[in-house]
Design a protein around this ligand. Structure first.
Ligand code: FEO
Ligand code: CA
Ligand code: CA
Ligand code: CA
Length: 673
């Protein structure tokens, strides 16, 4: 799907902000809700009742639809790169709307919000996480719909067996009771961003998996305070940590107890307890969407962190493949993986797609990014022959498997730049430049304190302290920005900031991109380029500006690195001195280059984006409408903060549901152009 036509102009009128509990889309467009939480994936699963009594989520759409990719199907059901009216959506089900342990909309009475959690509730919660692959079709002359009884439909959940691939396959740190040979892993979790490989498979990033594990006080000593304790702390699981849902409390079966990541056995290797369970999460997982019988692979060569999307750089025959990735946590890093194998275009249509995945994704080099104040930067290779890693005294890396499992520590050792929460990345189809959303960071401060706060730097240059222009303005960098990288293909890069999120009415010292009311946004998260139009789609997951607008989808036609100017931001520090930060701001947004296209219902995030190859159908996800509803109001739908999609005619029940929508142009044209 090479992009040849250049970038389309934005051919629609921008829409205003919205607080309505509905999807608002630009004039000339329409949308259809096609696939929501609980929808059955086969003919034998009962219709969704949406009243908290439904079960059997292994055979239904999961919750919190997130990253999503299109995989075309020909009329006779074969993989197709060109099909436009029949295909599969490979989709993440990241998480669940919860409060005090319980995923309350899934349980009739809101569920039990204290420990121990009932097994009947936990079984549902275990099954609503993961991935779904679902067939969608546009019948001739009619609307898009999903195909409830398609034999292509399937789910992966927290319980599905996967295979460990790459350098960490068989490594001692992945030995579990479930797989003493460390070749298999159970489940995928908190799947957030996605990617689509040039050979037609789905990549899904495991993001906030660490929060699902509990650790008991005393486990550090039980482990002999060995280096696993250092690693667990670096990944946010100090002993005594509680888990998000208390799943470990639901019974004595492995499927519950495994969520306590403790050394309780006497084996040398962890084959009789759960000490290594958490090490089996945090990877990019590759799934063959066309073949539900193939076991998905955890591609450990791409590192272990809070993965978001996995975006391929421009693909060229005879050249290595590059995959760009981000680690979404405050002050974490930007990464890339470069295959050792050179791309063979015949692999695009190979029959054994996961074997192609092994060729390109199990064997290669992993890099982390450092950004300099002069607009340049370096990709630092993460391997044991990098002197910075070899000489790192805080943690001794045993081998490449250790680097692939404890990648954040390797990034620390290498001296990478700590970023404002790298969410999705995407590659411009014409320039090949890489766009990273840095969603926000409340740990960026002009007067940093403690070990977790950082002063602003050139690539993360904003930290608000004394500006209070709205009631919701938070400290740090609440509105986020979009960083842009030109990669020289080796170890060097140059960068600028394409856009700064801001309220249109904010002072120019904050609204650095000059956003107007038709295009202002906060907390960019999803980002994807259309291969059909070249349009850059930007999605928000905001909490700083939601008093003014629900989350949104914007369309943009960016230029390239260096099209703007150098700026120096000045901050007054608490001691009266001035902190000056040089940064590089891309060309100012204009009413032609950035427009708001869609706004979602109350409390949602707009996420996941894919299209048919003709650019005439655009699929996005509406994640967690109504998520700030108080569980105390579970019996009174009038008090839900959102009743979407029921209030848009997609019933039954009134409980809000994450859902996929498809956007089409009323005149049948390409979306956004
Ligand atoms: Fe799941 Fe960082 O978004
Ligand atoms: Ca995200
Ligand atoms: Ca987010
Ligand atoms: Ca979300």
């Amino acid at each position: 799907a090479d992009h040849k036509a250049g970038v389309s102009k934005l051919g629609f009128k921008a829409i205003g902000k919205s607080l309505a509990d509905k999807v608002v889309v630009a004039d000339g467009y329409t949308y259809t809700i096609i696939y929501a939480l609980g929808d059955p994936l086969n003919a034998s699963t009962p219709a969704y009742k949406n009243d908290g009594t439904d079960t059997d989520y292994e055979n239904r759409a999961g919750d919190h639809h997130d990253g999503m990719e299109w995989f075309g199907l020909s009329g006779d059901g074969k993989p197709s790169w060109t099909a436009t009216e029949r295909g599969l959506l490979g989709m993440n089900h990241e998480a669940t709307t919860d409060s005090k342990l319980s995923s309350f909309f899934l349980h009739a009475d809101g569920g039990k919000m204290s420990l121990p959690r009932p097994a009947s509730e936990v079984d549902k919660e275990l099954a609503i996480h993961g991935v779904s692959v679902v067939e969608v079709r546009k019948a001739r002359g009619s609307k898009w719909a999903y195909v409830p009884a398609s034999p292509f439909n399937f789910r992966l959940t927290t319980q599905t067996e996967l295979e460990i691939a790459g350098p960490a396959r068989g490594d001692a740190q992945l030995v579990t009771k479930y797989s003493p040979d460390a070749l298999r892993a159970r489940g995928t979790l908190n799947n957030c961003g996605t990617g689509r490989t040039p050979w037609g498979t789905l990549l899904t990033g495991e993001e906030n998996w660490n929060g699902y594990f509990a650790r008991a006080k005393g486990d550090d000593a039980a482990r002999g305070n060995d280096k696993s304790v250092f690693a667990l702390k670096r990944y946010g699981r100090a002993e005594g940590s509680a888990s998000r849902h208390g799943w470990e409390s639901a019974g004595n079966e492995d499927k519950y107890v495994r969520w306590s990541n403790n050394k309780t056995g006497t084996s040398a290797d962890g084959s009789d307890d759960y000490r290594n369970e958490m090490n089996t999460f945090g990877y990019v997982v590759e799934i063959d969407p066309y073949d539900r019988t193939k076991k998905a692979k955890k591609r450990t060569a791409l590192g272990r962190f809070a993965h978001e999307s996995a975006a391929f750089g421009k693909v060229a025959a005879g050249q290595p493949l590059t995959v760009y990735m981000g680690d979404d946590a405050r002050n974490e890093y930007i990464y890339k993986f470069v295959s050792n194998a050179n791309w063979n275009p015949a692999d695009a249509n190979a029959a054994d797609r996961l074997a192609v995945g092994a060729k390109y994704l199990d064997d290669g080099k992993l890099f982390v990014a450092r950004f300099n104040a002069d607009g340049t930067g370096e990709w630092l290779e993460l391997n044991t022959s990098n002197p910075a890693l070899a000489g790192y005294s805080a943690y001794r890396f045993a081998n490449q498997a250790d680097i692939c499992i404890n990648t954040r520590i390797a990034g620390d050792a290498a001296g990478a730049t700590k970023m404002d929460r790298p969410e999705w990345c995407a590659v411009h189809p014409v320039t090949g430049e890489v766009y990273y959303t840095l969603t926000n960071n409340n740990n960026r401060s002009v007067n940093p304190s403690g070990t977790s706060q950082l002063a602003p730097d050139s690539a993360n240059p904003r930290a608000y302290t004394d500006v209070k222009d709205t009631a919701t303005l938070q400290s740090g960098n609440p509105n986020g920005h979009i960083l842009r990288i030109r990669d020289d293909g080796n170890n060097r890069l140059s960068w600028d900031v394409y856009l700064f999120g801001a309220e249109a009415g904010a002072p120019r010292s904050i609204n650095l991109s000059g956003l107007t009311p038709d295009q202002d946004f906060s907390s960019p998260d999803g980002i994807a380029f259309s291969q059909a139009t070249g349009i850059c789609w930007i999605q928000t997951d905001d909490s700083a500006y939601t008093d003014v607008s629900n989350c949104m989808l914007l369309a943009a036609t960016p230029g390239k690195v260096g099209d703007g100017e150098k700026k120096t931001l000045s901050y007054k520090k608490a001691d009266g001195s001035t902190l000056s930060v040089d940064t590089f701001v891309g060309a100012q947004a204009t009413d032609k280059t950035l427009k708001r296209f869609l706004v979602g219902p109350v409390d949602c995030e707009i996420t996941g984006l894919c299209e048919t190859p003709d650019g005439k159908a655009l699929f996005i996800n509406i994640q967690h409408p109504g998520e700030t509803t108080s569980p105390a109001n579970i019996a009174d739908p009038a008090k839900y903060t959102s009743q979407w999609p029921a209030n848009a005619g997609y019933g039954p029940g009134k409980r809000p549901r994450s859902a996929t929508i498809v956007i089409t142009k009323k005149d049948g044209g390409r979306i956004g152009s």
